[in-house]
Ligand binder design. Sequence first.
Ligand SMILES: Cc1cc2nc3c(=O)[nH]c(=O)nc-3n(C[C@H](O)[C@H](O)[C@H](O)COP(=O)(O)O)c2cc1C
Length: 373
Amino acid sequence: MASNSFGSLFRVTTWGESHGRAIGAVIDGCPAGLPIAIHDIQQELDLRLPGKNSYTSPRKEEDLVEILSGVFEGVTTGAPISLIIWNKDAQSSSYDKIRDLLRPGHATFTYLEKYGIFDHRGGGRSSGRETACRVAAGAIAKKILSFYDIKVFAYLKEIGDISMSLTDIADVDILKGLIQKSPLFCPCPQTEKKMIELLQKEKEQGDSLGGIVECQAVGVPAGLGDPVYEKIEASLAKAMLSIPASKGIEFGEGFHAARMKGSHHNDLFFSDEGKVFTKTNHAGGMLGGISTGMPIVLRVAFKPTSSIRKEQDTVNREGEKKKLELSKDARHDPCLAIRAVPVVEAMIALCLVDALLINKTVKMSFDEKACFC
Ligand SMILES: Cc1cc2nc3c(=O)[nH]c(=O)nc-3n(C[C@H](O)[C@H](O)[C@H](O)COP(=O)(O)O)c2cc1C
């Protein structure tokens, strides 16, 4: 199975299956000299944990991360950083009854067609569990971004027909605090209350819901991204659409831009103390595939969780008609978009660090004093 790595210079490879012994990530290309503590990684993983409340999967994983290499006396050495998280609460036997069934909405059918085999115990590589490795690697990327004063945050914007918009963001740290305090990663208590009511209703009926996660990066300098095929939005789109269950991405006005006029969509320039800004940010912080210095704004749509407690028609490996019914105590996320919030944050951080490192290669000095160090 190829393609388990992401990024050009800051390159992350994830490994492991949801019901194997462990999962992990190897980060190749992290510059030496970055101070990093296990706590920096663990606090991010704790945000993604299942079983924290009744709105996420009851699987009880501690997701305790260990650093195996690449960090010495609290500082990165430049060598590959290897991270491991042991799987502790897999309960593989609960999948025995459905081991031969193709699960609607899951990767069982496509894995069987492509590899001739699928891991019936919770999805294997296609499982949401793989995203813990992204969050762990993303924590290291976030640490790098903190030295450049770049802040990223994501929140749950929409579930079903309930939606909220962030208007004025006065202080990103206060906002991040509100997001992290909410069991749904939703910074607006009124919206959160309505979302919880809706979730409760769907859960009782054994069904699931989709959702939209909005993510912003502030403090991003102008100039990140490489036209033509590595446009910053192209890299971000690839990052976000590689998250399991993601189904769409928008930047700035997104699809709404198609219904606007140029006179409304164009972001007008002005300058203040010698620096150029735009009055609005309909473009979502990028032009020509390069960051403008305005916040990068994107939204990712997640489909409703495929594992539901309703009986569904399916077939087995031999193509015989079957019924799939998960047991009452089957463990899954009623709305996986909630737990995707820290994953979206991690993926934007990984993308931005990669773009920052690539940017270090775009200009060289060619005068007589040019030297390599
Ligand atoms: C954080 C996270 C948790 C997830 N948890 C579940 C889950 O409990 N049940 C489920 O059916 N799918 C879950 N998924 C989604 C599946 O992994 C995904 O839908 C499936 O592998 C098929 O891939 P696709 O939706 O990208 O086509 C989760 C995804 C993420 C990002």
